[in-house]
Structures are given as structure tokens and as C-alpha cells.
Design a protein around this ligand. Structure first.
Ligand code: EPU
Length: 305
């Protein structure tokens, strides 16, 4: 591979805090995936910018990792550099909160309630980080980040940091310009949300109620990646998978949840190939039975054959 020149490897090995062959499975909610060839955890956006600029100039592939939800990392791992983004700072100003990309959405939901702000309770059902939530416009219970998002700061490698408006971000159902458009490969530094003044205790009660409901309908205590497929327009992937008789279907230690058809559970030691096989099986069966083509929400990353 052309980028694996001595000078590039020397540069990678010289990065502060870099680790070689770092296991990633423990850094994903699925608990699956091979190692990162090179791995570094970084909180400072300026420092991340220097590293990503270096990768771009040198042609070194990189992957930005947040909370590791919604990801299926290949068994052979990830080529190049994985940067785990861990800036978790936040700042409440009136009814707005600016939150670092590495902060968990669930934590931010509690921060909002503690500040007596309402309108972010849905985030208690979003397992990922703020950066990941922007990346795919995460949501729950019919609400999504775009409804409260004001702006996002970030940068494209090779360019200065800037503020992206909602227009720039092209947010749609589980999509954005970062995931599927011109901003792909960019780093989210932080996101600003606009909420409403309200009773924080009421917000907490609502979050408890919603979490309990979610606990009854989704296998949230298992190793999983969240929803495997996006819902097709006007229908539910979980309903279709159930109707196709696929609940409980298994490949290796990966099994389609009996509780919710749109979840695949790693029962312990499942490989990425097991999960990918099960995803393909469900996709093919739903097409065969109902003529509906399900689109994965989970992102397959790394070195697949
Ligand atoms: N259903 C079935 N069988 C199943 C699962 C669901 O018949 O196995 C039916 C339910 O009875 C219900 C309908 O399908 O009538 C919708 O199910 P549910 O309310 O569980 O919501 P969902 O559409 O499957 C979406 C999001 C979830 C989010 C929930 C709750 C997607 C792909 N999924 O699920 O988001 O937590 O609503 O708001 O948009 C995620 O994106 O990772 C995620 C978990």
C-alpha cells in the first residue's frame, strides 16, 4: 500500500500518545471488531486538526471514533489511524448549551435537565456521543437532533475551523453532509443546541419514563449497535424483520433480538463477519418476502474482504 512509506510510519509513531495495534472491540457498544493499526485519543481540537491535516497531506487513511455506537468494525481491523475524539466540555448560556463532540448524548440530556431546560429529553434514548449524533442526526421517540441544533463548529482537514449552519449540515433522517455528503471526513468540534426554560425535575421524570419504556421494547442491556437498519418510509424495519420470521435467527454468536427485530445482539464472541452475514440475510429475506429494501443504519468500517 502506497501510504505505508517509512516517513509516514515514522510520523505516525511519533504522534503523542499513539498506540499501535490497539484493540477496538472494547471501544464499541457491539464489543466487536479488530484492532486499529494506529490509535490515539485526543480532546484538543487544534491538536486533532494538526493530526488530520498531516494524514491528509500524507495520504494516511483515518477514522474518527466517538462513543463507538452504530458501528461495525471489520474483524481485520482498521487501516491507518483511528482518532478517538474525547472533548467532553460543555457550557450552558441561557437556554443554549454548547457541548463538545465527545460528550455522550445521555449525559447532555441530564446536563440540560439540571439546568432546568426542556426539549432534550429524547436524548436519553440516544446512546452515542454529540459528534456521532450530529454525524447521523440521531434521534429517538420521533425527535431528532436537528430540531434543537443551532450550529456546529468543526473543520475539514486542510481547511480552517468554521461554523456550519443547519443548511451546511444537510440533516435528514439519520443522515448529514458529514456522513453522506460534502463534509465527509470532517471533525465535529462542538454543537450548540437551543432549548426552552422549564422544570428540570419534570424533565427527569419524563426521561425516567421514556427510558423504562425503551427498556421494555429494546434489548438495551445487551451488546448491540442500536438499530441495524433505517426504517423504510412509512414502516418499521423491526416490524418487517419480525414478520419475515427472523427473530432469533443466528449466525455464530450474533442473534436477531427476540425483543426487537431491528437489533442484533452479540451474545459473546460474535465476529463482525457473523453480524454482516446476519444483516445480509435479513435484508435479503425482507426483499424476498415483502419487496422492501432495508438500508443499514449501522456503518461498516475497516478492512472488509
Ligand atoms: N415492531 C414490531 N416488531 C419488532 C419491533 C417493532 O412489530 O420487533 C413494531 C412496534 O410494535 C411499533 C413499530 O414497529 O409498532 C415501531 O417500533 P418502535 O416503536 O420500537 O420504534 P422503531 O421504529 O423500531 C425507532 C428508532 C429507534 C428509537 C425508537 C424509539 C430507527 C431505525 N429506530 O425505532 O432508534 O429508539 O424509534 O423512538 O429510526 C437507533 O436509531 O439506533 C434507534 C434505536
Amino acid at each position: 500500500m502506497s501510504w505505508r512509506k517509512g516517513s509516514n510510519l515514522t510520523w505516525l509513531r511519533g504522534l503523542a500518545g499513539v498506540r499501535q495495534g490497539e484493540a477496538l472491540a472494547t471501544r464499541t457498544s457491539f464489543g466487536i471488531g479488530g484492532p486499529a493499526e494506529y490509535f490515539v485519543e485526543m480532546a484538543n481540537p487544534q491538536a486533532i486538526q494538526v493530526v488530520l491535516d498531516g494524514c491528509r497531506l500524507r495520504g494516511i487513511p483515518y477514522l474518527l471514533l466517538g462513543a463507538g455506537t452504530n458501528l461495525l468494525i471489520a474483524d481485520t481491523g482498521i487501516e491507518g489511524l483511528v482518532v478517538r475524539v474525547v472533548n467532553r466540555d460543555h457550557e450552558v448560556a441561557g437556554t443554549r448549551i454548547r457541548a463538545g463532540a465527545g460528550l455522550k448524548m445521555m449525559r447532555l440530556a441530564r446536563i440540560a435537565a439540571d439546568a432546568n431546560l426542556r426539549g432534550f429529553e429524547f436524548a436519553i434514548g440516544v446512546p452515542g456521543s454529540v459528534g456521532g449524533a450530529v454525524y447521523q442526526n440521531a434521534g429517538c421517540w420521533g425527535k431528532e437532533l436537528s430540531q434543537v441544533l443551532v450550529e456546529v463548529r468543526g473543520f475539514q482537514p486542510g481547511a480552517d475551523a468554521r461554523t456550519w449552519s443547519l443548511n451546511d449540515l444537510q440533516l435528514g433522517y439519520r443522515t448529514s453532509a458529514l456522513r453522506d455528503g460534502p463534509l465527509h471526513g470532517s471533525l465535529v468540534i462542538d454543537a450548540t443546541i437551543q432549548l426552552e426554560r422549564g422544570d428540570g425535575e419534570e424533565a427527569k421524570r419524563l426521561m425516567t419514563k421514556l427510558s423504562n419504556e425503551r427498556n421494555e421494547t429494546q434489548p438495551i442491556k445487551t451488546k448491540n449497535c442500536g438499530s441495524v437498519f433505517k426504517n423504510p418510509p412509512g414502516d418499521s424495519a423491526g416490524r418487517l424483520i419480525q414478520a419475515a420470521g427472523l427473530k432469533g435467527a443466528r449466525q455464530g454468536a450474533a442473534v436477531i433480538s427476540a425483543l426487537h427485530g431491528n437489533f442484533i445482539i452479540n451474545q459473546g464472541g460474535a465476529t463482525a463477519a457473523d453480524v454482516a452475514g446476519l444483516i445480509e440475510h435479513a435484508r435479503a429475506e425482507v426483499i424476498r418476502r415483502f419487496g422492501v429494501e432495508l438500508e443499514p443504519e449501522v456503518e461498516l468500517v475497516g478492512k472488509w474482504k
